[in-house]
Design a protein around this ligand. Sequence first.
Ligand SMILES: [Zn+2]
Length: 60
Amino acid sequence: MFAHHCSVCDETYLIFDSQLTSLDNTAHGIELRFACWCGAEQTTISGRLAGRRTVDAVAA
Ligand SMILES: [Zn+2]
């Protein structure tokens, strides 16, 4: 379970495991695809590499 701000309905909701449609390891971290409570398909990056990418983005 994690909190996500939806780019379609502009609301922050808790997303549960049952809403996940795919989970893939990528070079940028763990890519999670899921359906928001409004029905919109959303994607987020999770895992240790996701935090590292954010630090790199701030430093750049
Ligand atoms: Zn939504």
